[in-house]
Write a protein that binds this ligand. Structure first.
Ligand code: TXA
Ligand code: MG
Length: 331
């Protein structure tokens, strides 16, 4: 994938952020996937504040971010051989391992579960923070519950404003979709949420096929169908129907935003706003949440899109688009 310039942190910013974490405050931090809303993982009051700020139900478990694979054993009861292998191969990187919860992890962070999700983010600013803090940082994506995850510091400021004590700006996120969550508690791992590490990469390392749960049922706490949703309603159609569907809805009075598949880039679309998607799935994943935010900002009330082929990063993109198009909660 095309790499983007990596922003490193000023020492003074890392010191400030570390102080905020030690005092029980909240720090927004860049990762390679999306921005996180971080708190000291071992401070139950600080962890609870994350849920308040996000408007997230307290039963939705968080991910504990640590500074290196060598610290994994401090946060979980035991590290099975497959988990060790995956950690060594993919960390730092967009892979989260679910394992049995260690004593250090408060139940506030796991939504009451006896398992805990852990990852080492691949971003120089996040790694500098974790190294200076010398502890674990629980961080969900730094957005309000159910909405689109932030991939720039400006997205975080626009969405959370003063509710965050300090925002570390690490530039735009390189991967753009969240980490792949793998249940590594059993013999054969399974993918709970597709993300930045592809199923193909995992299977190549493990040498066996992995189960990917269907998106049609809520199986894991915090994996509701209407997650990752922009304000505008999202409608999914076959790629060759995107243009016609968009033009029809526009004619019917909608302000239509279009995520136009690269194969149809030459079409002129009579709609309110059109984003022509990159051909590369890496660039599509990197841009996805920004595209959805842009269409919201341009005043669209309906977004017409189609699913990419569900291989490689396409699996994570399709998962997020399905959830964006899923039924909205009425509460
Ligand atoms: O890339 C990412 O994973 C980003 C960055 C900030 O690291 N974080 C992120 O966090 O996406 P969040 O809170 O938006 O999503 C974490 C998801 C939860 O919704 C839940 O589904 C799953 O992780 N999770 C956490 N702990 C779990 C556990 N013990 N068992 C099963 N799933 C768990
Ligand atoms: Mg999230």
């Amino acid at each position: 994938r095309g790499r983007i310039a990596r922003v490193t942190a000023r020492t003074s910013d890392i010191e400030k952020a570390t102080g905020v974490l030690r005092a029980g405050g909240l720090v927004a931090l860049p990762t390679e996937t999306v921005y996180g809303l971080g708190a000291n993982a071992e401070d139950p009051t600080a962890v609870s504040r994350i849920f308040q700020v996000k408007g997230r139900p307290p039963t939705h478990p968080l991910i504990v971010h640590i500074g290196g694979a060598e610290h994994l054993g401090d946060w979980v009861q035991d590290v099975p051989a497959t988990a060790r292998l995956l950690a060594e191969r993919f960390w730092p990187g967009p892979l989260t391992l679910v394992l049995r919860r260690g004593q250090r992890v408060p139940l506030e962070a796991t939504g009451g579960l006896e398992t805990v999700a852990v990852r080492v983010p691949d971003h120089p600013v996040a790694l500098a923070l974790l190294s200076a803090f010398d502890g674990g940082v629980t961080a969900p994506s730094a957005n309000r519950f159910g909405s689109v995850s932030p991939t720039t510091a400006d997205h975080v400021r626009a969405e959370l404003g003063d509710a965050v004590d300090f925002v570390l700006d690490g530039g735009p996120c390189e991967v753009g979709v969240e980490s792949t969550i793998v249940d590594a508690t059993g013999e054969i791992p399974s993918i709970l949420r597709p993300g930045g590490v592809t199923r193909e990469d995992l299977e190549a390392v493990l040498g066996c096929p992995l189960a990917v749960p269907s998106t049609s049922r809520v199986r894991v706490p915090g994996q509701h169908p209407s997650h990752y949703a922009p304000r505008a309603r999202v409608v999914l159609v076959e790629p060759e129907k995107v243009v016609a569907e968009a033009e029809l809805a526009q004619k019917l009075g909608h302000q239509v935003g279009v995520l136009l598949p690269a194969a149809f880039a030459d079409a002129t679309v009579k709609a309110h706003a059109v984003v022509t998607l990159p051909r590369s799935t890496a660039l599509y994943a990197r841009g996805l949440y920004g595209f959805l935010r842009e269409l919201d900002q341009r005043g669209c009330d309906l977004i017409v899109a189609s699913l990419p082929v569900e291989e490689g990063l396409g699996l994570a993109i399709a998962n997020r688009l399905r959830r964006a198009a899923g039924p909205r909660s009425t509460v």
